[in-house]
Design a protein around this ligand. Sequence first.
Ligand SMILES: [Zn+2]
Ligand SMILES: [Zn+2]
Length: 373
Amino acid sequence: METKDLYKVLGVSKGASQDEIRRSYRKLAREHHPDANRDDKDAEERFKEIQHAYEILSNPEKRRQYDEGPRTFFGGGNAGRGSPGDARAGDFSDLSDLFGGFGGLGDIFGRSTQTRETSPKGQDVTVSVNLSFKDALNGVTTRVNVPVEEACGDCRGTGAAPGTAPRTCPECGGRGVRSRDQGFFAFSEPCARCGGEGAIIEKPCPKCSGSGRLRKARQVTVRIPAGAKDGMKIRVPGRGSAGKKGGATGDLFVVTRVAEHPVFKRQGDNFLVEVPVSFVEAALGAEIEVPRPGGGTVRLRLPAGTQDGKQFRVRGVGAPKTRARSGERGDLIVRARLVVPRKLKRREREILEALAEERDEDVRGELFKKVGS
Ligand SMILES: [Zn+2]
Ligand SMILES: [Zn+2]
C-alpha cells in the first residue's frame, strides 16, 4: 500500500512543519480537485493520494509511525475508505457522496460548513516508558515527558499578534467556503483568500508564527499498575495536545516497554521458568526449591519419573492480573530441564554401570518398531 513517499506526494521535505504540510496540501487539493479536472482520470487518483498522504502526515502520531517505517504502519483510519473504486470515475453528479468517500470536506478544507460548529479535539499523544522487570511486576508511579501542542499564550491561540485580532474573511464572510453553481447543482469549495479558515490574520503572532500553537514537552505523572505487560497501552484522558479554539484536549497513551528478565519469561499473566533437574532427582522424585518472581522461593514436588520438558504449575505466584481488582495473580509455570553430569567420579561410574546391567534396557525398541522393516 505505502509504496509512494508521502512527503513527495505533498511536495514537502521530511522535516516539514505541520503548517507547511497543511499549506502544501490545501494548494494541491485545490489543483487536483476532481471538479476542476473533470475529464482527467489521473487527477482523481492523484487527489486521493494527496488526501491519503495528508491524513497520515497531518497527524503527529501517524506521521511518527510512518517515519519509523512500514513495519509498524498499517495505514490511516480512512485509508480503506478512500481506496480506489470508492468513487465512481467519470460520475461526479453526486459530489457529497464522492467527498464522503474521501473522509469528509472538513478534513480537506480545514473547516467545512458542517464541522464549523464544533472545535476540533486536540491530538492524542503516544509515548513509551521503559520499565524494569521489578517495577512492571510491582507497579510504579513514574513521570513521562510528553511532547504536546498547546495554545500559544501570547496570542491566546488566535495566531494574531498581541493587541490585534484575526479579521473575518471578507471573501467568504467567515464561512471558509464559497458556494458555486454548476449546472443543476451547487457545491462548495474552499475560500482561496483565507485558505478555508474563515479568518485572516494580518499581523501574525511572532511567538507562534501565526499558528496559534506551540510545541512543548510536558511532564505527566503516570501510575503503572502492578503486573504491567510489555506493550501495554495506558490511557491518560485529557493529557494530550490542547484542542483548537476551545476544543477538547486529546488523550495521552503510555505504552510500556518492560525489560526482559534473564530467567522469568512472561506468558500472559503467567511466568515461565526453566529449572535444572538432575537425572537422579527426575528418576527418584524430589522436593525442590524454585525461584519466585519478585523474590524468594517456592517449593515444588517432582514426582518420580519426571521427564525432560515436563511442566508444573504453581498457582497464584505469577503476575498480578491488571484487570482484576482482587489482587489475583497468574501462575508460575516450572519447566524441568534434565541435567546429565558431564563428568563422573570412579565410584559414580561403577554405580551407573551396575545400574545399566540391572536394567538391561532397550530404550530405542519402540522407535525401531515404528520405523518398520
Ligand atoms: Zn501566538
Ligand atoms: Zn475566506
